[in-house]
Design a protein around this ligand. Structure first.
Ligand code: SF4
Ligand code: F3S
Length: 107
């Protein structure tokens, strides 16, 4: 099993999640983070840390977020590892909770 970053991280990128991961499995892109499913040890620590509530166990994904299982696996192969908290993206608070952000994902 693995944990998965889902749509509401897009254009927010609060990065609180990276601070607690014991095995450094977060990878960063321009406006989104992903979890490497081969590294995640299902410790659950990151899930409650995300202010956007964007992280779920893969077997508890909200409806419509299934595509993010594949996106996390695919993008974590090429995006660099992130271990330090950074400032959220500009306007993150306004984007938090908006629907339809998948089209805005920058690879
Ligand atoms: Fe890292 Fe644990 Fe979150 Fe997996 S569940 S990404 S190991 S903090
Ligand atoms: Fe994204 Fe939440 Fe982490 S918004 S960067 S999954 S803290």
């Amino acid at each position: 099993m693995t944990f998965v970053v889902t749509e509401n991280c897009i254009k927010c990128k609060f990065t609180d999640c990276v601070d607690v991961c014991p095995v450094d499995c977060f990878h960063v892109g321009p406006n989104f983070l992903v979890i490497d499913p081969d590294e995640c040890i299902d410790c659950t620590l990151c899930e409650p840390e995300c202010p956007a509530e964007a992280i779920f166990s893969e077997d508890e994904l909200p409806e419509g977020q299934e595509i993010f299982i594949e996106l996390n696996a695919e993008l974590s192969k090429t995006w660099p590892i992130i271990t330090d908290v950074t400032d959220p993206l500009e306007d993150a608070d306004n984007w938090n909770g908006k629907e339809g952000k998948l089209d805005l994902l920058e690879k």
